[in-house]
Each structure stands twice: as C-alpha cells, then as structure tokens.
Design a protein around this ligand. Sequence first.
Ligand SMILES: Nc1nc2c(CCNCC3CCCC3)c3[nH]c(NCCc4ccccc4)nc3cc2c(=O)[nH]1
Length: 373
Amino acid sequence: MKHAVTYELLKTDQRTKARRGRVTTPHGTIETPVFMPVGTAATVKAMRPEQVKEMGAEIILSNTYHLYLRPGHDIVKAAGGLHKFMNWDKAILTDSGGFQVFSLGALRKITEEGVEFRSHIDGSKHMLSPEKSMEIQNALGSDIMMAFDECAPYPADRNYVKNSLERTTRWLKRCKEYHQNMENQSLFGIMQGGMYKDLRYESAMQIVDLDLPGYAIGGLSVGEPKELMLDVLDDCVDHLPAEKARYLMGVGSPDYLFEGVERGVDMFDCVLPTRIARHGMAMTSYGRVNIKNAKYERDFEPLDPECDCYTCKNYSKAYLRHLYKCDEMLSAMLLSNHNLHFLVKMMGNIRTAIEEERFLEYKNEFYAKYGRF
Ligand SMILES: Nc1nc2c(CCNCC3CCCC3)c3[nH]c(NCCc4ccccc4)nc3cc2c(=O)[nH]1
C-alpha cells in the first residue's frame, strides 16, 4: 500500500551522520532535522495555534493516553478529528500511550494482550492494547501514528529487556495488522532494547522487516547518563534504513538536539521548552536564564539579544521576572513562546548549516556561546 507519509533524504553531511531531509504528510511537508512541539491535551500549552505556526513549526505532537482519558477519542472524532478540534491544519504525530501509562498512569499489569492501568485523573480502570491504541489514533486522525510499545525502564536487566522488546515487536505487528485500512495515516515503528547494543540490533532487524515509512528510537532519555545514551544512540541509527525517517523520542534540550542530529536523527520531540517556561526558565543563545533570579530585577534588556521572537522584541527580563513573581498567566505564555521559537529557529539554522557543509562549525559556535549545558 502507498504510504501516506514518506521521507526523502536530501543531503548527508560529509564529516558526520547529520542529514537534511523532508517528510511529506497529508497535512503538508516537514523539513528535517525538526524539533516537534508537544501538545499533550490537544494544545501546545499556553500557545495559540497561530503562534506555533508563525514561528515555523510544521508538525506538533499529541497523545493517545491523555485524549482517550479526557475528553475521549469519540468526542474528538465527532468534532471532525484532532486537526479540526484544536484548529491546527498542519501535521500531527500522536504517541501511542504506552510510555504515558508507565510514566503517568497507576500501572496495574502488562500482559501479552496489553496494559491494564488506572487513570491518573480519576483512578478508573482501563486497558490499552495495540488495537485500542490504533483505534484511538485513527479516531484522532493524526498523520503519523506511533506503534504501541513498552519503553523498558532504566536500569533493567537484560532478560527483561529482551522479553519486552520481543513483545513490543509482536505488538507492532498487531498495530500494522489493524492499520491496514487507514490510507491517510502512517504508522511508525519504535525500536527498543534498553542500553544493550545487541538487543537494539535485534529490535531493529525485527521492525525494519515491516517496511514502515519511519522508525523511532524509543527507550532512551529515561534517566541514563548522557554518554551512555549517546553511545547507544550512535549504534541504533546504524541499524535503521537510510531512506526512512528516524525519530528520537523525548529529546529536546539544545545539546541533545545537536548530538542527535550529528548521529543521523531527523525528528525530535520534548515537553522541555514549554515545561521549563512554566517554571520561569528560558533557553537563550548564552545559556539558560532563570528569570526569577534577583539579578534581573532592573535588567531592562530582552531575554536574548539575538532572538527575533515576539517576547524578545517587546519585553524585558525585568518585566518577565515581575510576571513570574506575580504568577501571572502571561509569564508562561511569553516564556513558552520564546523557548519554542528558540528551538524551532535553532533547528532551522542546523538545516541550513548541513546544506552549507558547516554543521560542525555551527555546533561549535553554538556551544561556545551557550556555555556549560
Ligand atoms: N511511545 C514511546 N514514547 C516515548 C517517549 C514519549 C515521547 N513524547 C511523547 C509526547 C506526546 C505527548 C506527551 C509527550 C519518551 N520520552 C522520553 N523521555 C522524555 C524525558 C523528559 C521528560 C520530561 C521533560 C524532559 C525530558 N523517552 C521516551 C521514550 C518513549 C518510548 O520508548 N516509546
């Protein structure tokens, strides 16, 4: 069957595995490498969709687990699907809910069938399975649906990880089986295998056979040390086909984005930029700014002198500090807008740097200014 979503490789860096590509979806194209803003409950928190579009975002994420529990995928479907419901007409990727059950829900039991859990909202009992996850994602109408997987905890013993990845592969086959009749939505597989390189290879071989348009690297950014994560990641990428999209799940701070791009990753997502914004933290060209710090009380300069976002063009650190101290809603709105703009613009600069064969130079230039991470 023709894939609804396709990846085309445009250029590979001559000195690293960094690459420039493009993902085509029924709701438009996505230039890669790309950072995808997260919109968990059908909103990128504190942002209007027009602002997310204006900064250049071409795809956002949402989530099966959250929307199934509230408001219910049947309501979103009745509204005409997630694009209509949240007034976003570009691409949407939905995560499958597995990761969120482990990280949010009160987990009850994992069986071959799926995962039993209690809702973190009202404690009611639920069951997510590959089929249920696909039914929900189909109702939501996302362009890219993630397979229902288990993200093994870290650390986890080798035997557990091996059994878990093999079940995740069986679940992927059930997702693909169920997906047959959804021509406007594509399914991405997810590689697991913990921090065990041989199990990562095993997982990759099993899922690549299914010839999907894109593959995610799951099971990382789960508390492991940075060097371990990067070492395993470096290996994982080599086992995925060059002509398919590669998505590293849950990664989104500047340093990890540069390191991921350098190792051949095309797509990233993370709640970080909007989450730290709500805690008064901003990402700037010169490192992180903690706006509640007293040193900004009379600092009438913008957050980032090199940023052209709405926040940096119109407000000072002193004002932003004041808003945060007063717990004003505008604080989260302005800092979220800046942080997302910062990452989306940074990825645009990375794409240009790859095109101009100067990715490493740009990375070093960025690191020099950003200071310690
Ligand atoms: N299916 C699946 N999802 C994963 C996710 C969720 C990705 N964002 C989904 C969005 C859709 C809606 C919600 C998020 C992950 N997120 C992380 N790390 C995030 C670490 C982090 C947490 C908080 C702040 C910063 C970093 N590792 C992940 C591994 C997996 C995985 O194997 N399988």
